[in-house]
Design a protein around this ligand. Structure first.
Ligand code: SF4
Length: 350
């Protein structure tokens, strides 16, 4: 049974009237019909440009927002049917977030020991006399000096603060960590240390993870499975080997081609530079939502919505929403290869 299951989840934000316009506004379609699962012990990488719906999805998963439509199941239980108390004891404890900015996520007026202890006390996980010792264990677990529990956030570097944020998340013994760009605000020199720490904790504690990041090299390093989102929808998903080995959606291909790689010139993937910004989620284009920027679009892309279907000749778990997913797949592991022939514009339109 999946640890987490989202079924046809939609989250639309109503726009407020302004003093200049009282006309009814169309809602912002932040998440638009997403199916998503996380298995026990699995790390799922969530990728896409800013505004694609990743962070809204993360907030729904953590129980910080409710979807307007669709269902969320946690460990087999319907989150929508949970009482406030059940949400607090189940979802809010077992799903924890690691934030992008470790400075902003800690209270500067409280010692780091107090911040880490807060969840243990709130959920009454230990008798009061054992909390201090547990905080010291958690600091040691994330590679910090246990004697520094009385220090304040301003006394630590960015990398150390992120370790403290991870210790605070682990304090309530979660089953799922939602890591929202956890290393993008850190110096390059400490990013690898924090990523290795997350990987070690995942192995040792049997955690599941959702790993949200812009850096697709990092996502590949961390994840078992990749989900690509565009304009609030999932456009491709599959295991790392499937998505990186035989990319089926032009948008995923563009994101992956932007990764700087130290390959020989004849092994480098041709860089795909997307033109323009993503369309507004208030008024998404008809047909395929990516067709206004797609470099392989055909006429029907402007009118027909592609389904998220298994990629032909791929594994059943590899899915893409593209009318041409059966014609071009590109390997991004090592050399560029083309499976099938790349169609000419006139061939594509036939
Ligand atoms: Fe591009 Fe058409 Fe595929 Fe959409 S359906 S990604 S527009 S080729």
């Amino acid at each position: 049974m999946p640890l987490l299951e989202l079924e046809s989840v939609r989250r639309f934000y109503k726009q407020k009237h302004t003093m200049f316009s009282r006309a009814a506004h169309a809602p912002v379609r932040a998440v638009d019909g997403v199916d998503f699962t996380v298995e026990p012990g699995e790390t799922v990488g969530l990728v896409g440009e800013s505004g694609c719906g990743k962070s809204t999805l993360a907030r729904i998963i953590c129980g910080l927002e409710d979807p307007d439509e669709g269902g969320v199941r946690w460990n087999g239980s319907d989150v929508g049917a949970m009482t406030r108390a059940e949400r607090k004891t189940l979802l809010h404890r077992e799903v924890q977030m690691v934030f992008q900015d470790p400075h902003a996520s800690l209270d500067p007026r409280r010692s780091i020991g107090q911040s880490i202890a807060e969840g243990i006390i709130t959920h009454a996980l230990l008798p009061a006399a054992q909390v201090e010792r547990r905080v010291q264990e958690l600091l040691a677990q994330v590679g910090l000096n246990p004697d520094h529990a009385h220090r304040y956030p301003h006394e630590f570097s960015g990398g150390q603060l992120q370790r403290i944020g991870i210790a605070r998340a682990l304090a309530v013994e979660p089953k799922l960590l939602v890591c929202d760009e956890p290393v993008s605000a850190l110096d390059i020199s400490v990013r690898a240390q924090v990523l290795n720490l997350l990987n070690r904790l995942k192995r040792e504690l049997g955690l599941s993870m959702i790993f949200i990041a812009h850096d697709l090299d990092v996502v590949q390093h961390m994840s078992d499975r990749i989900v690509t989102m565009y304009l609030g929808k999932v456009v491709e998903q599959g295991s790392c080997d499937e998505v990186y080995g035989a990319t089926a959606h032009p948008y995923t291909r563009a994101l992956l081609s932007a990764i700087p790689r130290t390959l020989a010139p004849d092994e480098r993937l041709e860089r795909v530079v997307l033109e323009g910004d993503p369309p507004s989620p208030i008024d998404p284009p008809a047909g395929c939502p990516f067709h206004t920027r797609c470099y392989t679009a055909i006429d029907r892309c402007a009118t027909d919505v592609p389904g998220l279907l298994p990629v032909p000749d791929g594994a059943a778990t590899h899915r893409a929403s593209c009318h041409l997913a059966d014609q071009v797949t590109v390997s991004l592991i090592g050399m560029v290869t083309t499976v099938g022939s790349s169609p000419t514009p006139s061939e594509r339109n036939n």
